[in-house]
Write a protein that binds this ligand. Structure first.
Ligand code: NAP
Length: 332
């Protein structure tokens, strides 16, 4: 299988256009985790040519980074491009934005220790913090880059204007927005900005939290603290619209390309621009369809047919905004 790759400014290794997302591997908000399966899926990704592993300190309050660190020990580190994040802190099981220079200086050391490495390939600001000027955040990150702790810088959930502010101070290589064929706000300004300035977009939720993998039905239940219990897309009666759209997209993908809806969803992200699709998987078998995403393309006609199917079934669309963490409350 030939995995497509893309160049990311600041990184010497080409990056696979599918990245393994490890939020669920952290357990928190996904109903728990299984360490053995988690390590196995990370190594399966790397052995298959997927070199980008996306994680964050907030995923399981350190658990996801710890597991990535364990999986990369024993000779796997050199195969991986580690993308992690910074600027969310947590207290009593709740996360808050904090992109202050002090927080970043503190977090980077914890992250390096958990990942068992002495450098981070791509360091991304997880969410913009309205209490800290973006220029201050960018400046401290650029210092970390110059010190060699970090190779390239990225942001996540930033607007075009916020990326502009960052780029005035430090080189920006990537942004990480939500993007899939049901959630496409970035088509308006973020993706055009990415193309204009030579960035790469790491699309998160490429499978729309599993919906676009094609196995979730109207009756599927989610256990424990799984965020899909609170995701407005997964609530009745709206969920039925999405499930019906996925079924129709699956028929479309099979009739026209001999592919599943999962491969179609990943391909859709890859054919929209300089993108990488982040694929959240927590056990090796979930990567079984990996190769089906490569070796073909969607053209304008196919994009239009997909749009028509989505609007035929999804009459009451809703975005991923429910995931945004709150800002800190400053006590004076
Ligand atoms: P996703 O990739 O859209 O969906 C992940 C879920 O899809 C998995 O947990 C799994 O569900 C299901 N799935 C995957 N492969 C499957 C298969 N072959 N068959 C059936 N189901 C399958 O969602 P995501 O994890 O939220 O997003 C991907 C990554 O993007 C995250 O892991 C994280 O790295 C990143 N992310 C970043 C942000 C940010 O703010 N920057 C926000 C969200 C996500 P089950 O759990 O039910 O097995």
């Amino acid at each position: 299988m030939t995995i497509e790759t893309i160049e990311v400014e600041g990184l010497s290794t080409p990056v696979s256009r599918i990245g393994l997302g490890t939020w669920a591997i952290g357990g928190w908000m996904w109903g728990g985790t299984d360490e053995k399966d988690s390590i196995a899926v990370i190594r399966r990704a790397l052995d298959s040519g997927v070199n980008l592993i996306d994680t964050a300190p907030a995923y399981g309050f350190g658990a996801s980074e710890e597991i990535v660190g364990k999986a990369l020990a024993d000779g796997y580190r050199h195969k991986a491009v580690i993308a992690t994040k910074v600027a969310l802190e947590w207290q009593d099981g709740k996360v808050f934005r904090n992109a202050s220079p002090e927080r970043i200086r503190h977090e980077v050391e914890d992250t390096l220790r958990r990942l068992r490495t002495d450098y981070i390939d791509l360091y991304q600001v997880h969410w913009p913090d309205p209490l800290v000027p973006i220029e201050e955040t960018a400046a401290v990150l650029d210092d970390l880059r110059k010190e060699g702790k970090v190779r390239a810088l990225g942001v996540s959930n930033f607007s075009a204007a916020q990326m502009d502010a960052f780029r005035r101070v430090a080189p920006l290589s990537t942004t990480q927005p939500p993007y899939n064929l049901f959630e496409r706000d970035i088509d308006r300004d973020v993706l055009p900005y990415v193309k204009q300035h030579g960035l790469v977009a790491l699309a998160y939720g490429a499978l729309c939290r599993g919906l676009l993998a094609g196995r979730i039905g109207a009756e599927t239940r989610f256990e424990g603290d799984d965020l899909r219990q609170h995701d407005p897309k997964f609530r009745a009666p709206r969920r039925q619209q999405y499930v019906d759209a996925v079924k129709a997209l699956d028929v479309f993908a099979r009739d026209n390309f001999d592919k599943s809806v999962l491969a179609l969803a990943v391909r859709w992200v890859l054919d929209r621009g300089p993108t990488i699709a982040l694929w959240g998987a927590r056990r090796p078998s979930q990567l079984d369809g990996l190769e089906a995403a490569f070796g073909w393309r969607l053209d304008d006609k196919a994009f239009a047919q997909i749009d028509a199917i989505v609007s035929q079934f999804v009459k009451d669309p809703v975005g991923p905004e429910f995931m945004a963490p709150p800002q800190r409350v400053l006590v004076s």
